[in-house]
Ligand binder design. Structure first.
Ligand SMILES: [Zn+2]
Length: 263
């Protein structure tokens, strides 16, 4: 059974809703046979907190290092060296999450583009994969990515919710695709039910993006806080969309994740 324990490629464990009850969250992961999770960093403070969590649970967690586009306004030149320093830690598996988010626009577009480009350069120089975030910014995002993508180890567009054409652009750049509980939402996730068929089996990874995006197919009442232990429900939605056995979906996504993050 353990061989099919999933790995959550994106969990915001430094968010107080999860961090404040970390022991319970880890216990729930064990109950549900979720083997590991990669803690998403959105800024350097997150990375520092993530490394504390990893110290307490070294068998379970890894992290990334980088600036989310929302935090691009805080990104200054000195941060480049800090990211490079953190990236030397064996528990830091990727640069990110980074990218562009024109849906919320919490940082100006100039700030986002600068911050994104600097992190692409870092990923290229340190030889780590990159963990990407794009929302309502596909054209600028793809244009920027194309400049660096073929010199970067590997890349994943996390929480993909875009169109078929956008998916094709990412797959043409050899990106992996991260699917969240968004797919289990019968309304806003509906378009993904068809699109997922176009993701090659060796490019699919799964994630919760906890504490956000609680899968809609969990068969019990939930307080609205998503956690890595719900990842099996994302796998279940995918298995239904693809008419494939859930254990098969688990197996391919685990293999892809291990290959992508070299774990
Ligand atoms: Zn994101």
């Amino acid at each position: 059974m353990n061989t099919l324990g999933l790995i959550d490629i994106g969990a915001n464990m430094t968010h107080p809703q999860l961090h404040n009850q970390i022991d319970k969250v880890v216990e729930n992961m064990k109950d549900q046979n979720i083997n590991k999770a990669i803690i998403t960093s959105s800024n350097l403070k997150d990375t520092k907190t993530a490394l504390d969590i990893i110290n307490a649970y070294p068998e379970i967690f890894y992290t990334t290092v980088g600036f989310h586009p929302h935090n691009a306004k805080d990104f200054v030149h000195e941060n480049i060296n800090s990211i490079i320093e953190y990236s030397k830690n064996k528990k830091v598996l990727a640069i990110g999450e980074c990218g562009l988010d024109y849906y919320r626009d919490y940082s100006t577009r100039e700030e986002q583009l600068f911050c994104f480009e600097e992190q692409l350069k870092i990923a290229k120089s340190v030889g780590l994969p990159i963990f990407l975030h794009e929302r309502k910014a596909h054209d600028d995002f793809a244009t920027m990515l194309k400049k660096y993508i073929f010199e970067i180890e590997r890349s994943v567009v996390h929480c993909f919710t875009g169109t078929k054409n956008e998916l094709k652009v990412y797959l043409d750049m050899d990106c992996y695709i991260g699917i969240t509980g968004w797919i289990s939402d019968l309304n806003r996730g509906k378009h993904l039910h068809d699109l997922i068929k176009y993701i090659p089996e060796d490019r699919l990874m799964i994630e919760t993006d906890a504490p956000y995006l609680t899968p809609k197919n969990i068969p019990f009442k939930n307080n609205g806080i998503n956690e890595p232990s719900f990842l099996n429900y994302v796998a279940q939605s995918i298995s239904e969309c693809l008419s494939k056995d859930i254990n098969y979906i688990k197996e391919i996504t685990i293999n892809n994740t291990k290959r992508f993050f070299s774990i």
